[in-house]
Design a protein around this ligand. Structure first.
Ligand SMILES: [Zn+2]
Ligand SMILES: [Zn+2]
Length: 339
């Protein structure tokens, strides 16, 4: 046990240094990501797009995918995740912002822009042990940003160099979705071009493109790898969303569930309204939210709540099977996972 503690402390020190380094290197990672996406987009429209069938239909669709990919990437790195001291946001009247399907309905709870059936209750508050500020439930302290983030999911130093939280989590997931769609289309429609670039198919035509063959081959391989890797990450995130959980909560709830089981009780996540309802709430579409077609457009959208109130499962004020005072704090989360 003493040995385990020592290993854990050592691991913590390495992690702290890791955080510092990734925090400092974040802007370079973002620069690299921009460069890679730009090169991939250029290679697609330079090499693959001219050979697509039904260009009148396929080119506009490809352009829409590319615009969505770039817009959601831009939003996810520029839209703040939402810190606990931030005031509630209102959607400005700008062409970048989607318009709600039905504005005439009033809001049920202050700061919550969901107006239909879900039962919405105000958050409980607790004090953060690190920054000593009061924060609503689902907020966690990010050690890299050194602040408490509303509906904290994780800090992403590699691609976006900031936290994923309440206000940018939708753009984060949309970015991953469009990245998977774009890399999938690239891989499928660029198949004959990669064979030509590698000299496998006999083609008397020279290579009439700006992108050199070697570079195209490298981008193609990277695209296939990214499609799989981001596809797995996206599936993991969507699974969490359909369960009404953030990445942090998915870990916490597993532990709560085991504790409840040991007491012959059942843990029920009070934010889980059913798979379909959870997805609709996350993307804030459908009745009371934004129109469904906004999923296809590169627009900014507010979440259904300001992070101070949450939709809850009927009949539950808090998680079932979890006793008062059993909730994990940011520190105890780390310690629990050590055992
Ligand atoms: Zn804090
Ligand atoms: Zn952070």
């Amino acid at each position: 046990m003493i040995c385990a503690k020592r290993v854990f402390r050592c691991f913590k020190t390495v992690e702290r240094w890791g955080n510092k380094i990734t925090g400092a290197a974040g802007p370079y990672f973002v620069g690299l990501a921009v460069l890679l996406i730009a090169t991939g987009t250029f290679a697609f429209f330079d090499v693959i797009a001219p050979s697509l069938s039904f260009p009148m239909l396929s080119i506009p669709i490809c352009l829409l995918i590319a615009v969505n990919l770039w817009a959601h990437y831009y939003y996810v790195i520029t839209v703040r995740p939402g810190f606990i001291e931030d005031p509630s946001k209102e959607a400005p009247d700008s062409f970048l912002w989607a318009k709600k399907s039905n504005r005439r309905r009033g809001s049920l709870t202050g700061g919550v822009r969901w107006t239909n059936t879900p039962r919405i209750t105000p958050s409980t508050m607790s004090r953060c042990n690190r920054c000593a500020k009061m924060r609503p439930e689902r907020a966690h302290h990010c050690r890299i940003c050194n602040r408490c983030v509303l509906k904290y999911d994780h800090h992403c130093p590699v691609r976006i160099n900031q936290c994923v939280g309440l206000y940018n989590e939708r753009h984060f997931v949309m970015f991953m979705m469009y990245l998977v769609v774009a890399t999938f289309c690239f891989s499928i429609s660029g198949y004959h071009k990669i064979l030509q670039a590698l000299g496998i198919t006999f083609d008397t035509n020279r290579w009439p493109h700006y992108t050199p063959e070697v570079m195209f081959a490298m981008i193609y391989i990277l695209t296939v790898v990214l499609c799989f890797a981001v596809g797995v990450m996206l599936a993991w995130h969507l699974w969490g969303i359909t369960n009404g959980e953030t990445s942090v909560e998915a870990q916490d709830h597993e532990l709560y569930s085991n504790r409840a089981k040991a007491r012959d009780e059942v843990f029920v996540n009070s934010y889980d309204l059913g798979r379909k309802r959870n997805l609709v709430l996350f993307f804030n579409v459908g009745d009371g939210g934004y129109p469904w077609y906004t999923l296809l457009l590169p627009l900014r959208i507010l979440p259904y709540t300001d992070g101070r109130s949450w939709a809850r499962r009927e009949g539950l004020e808090r998680h079932q099977g979890l006793r008062m005072g059993e909730e994990l704090t940011d520190e105890s989360e780390e310690e629990e996972y050590e055992d």
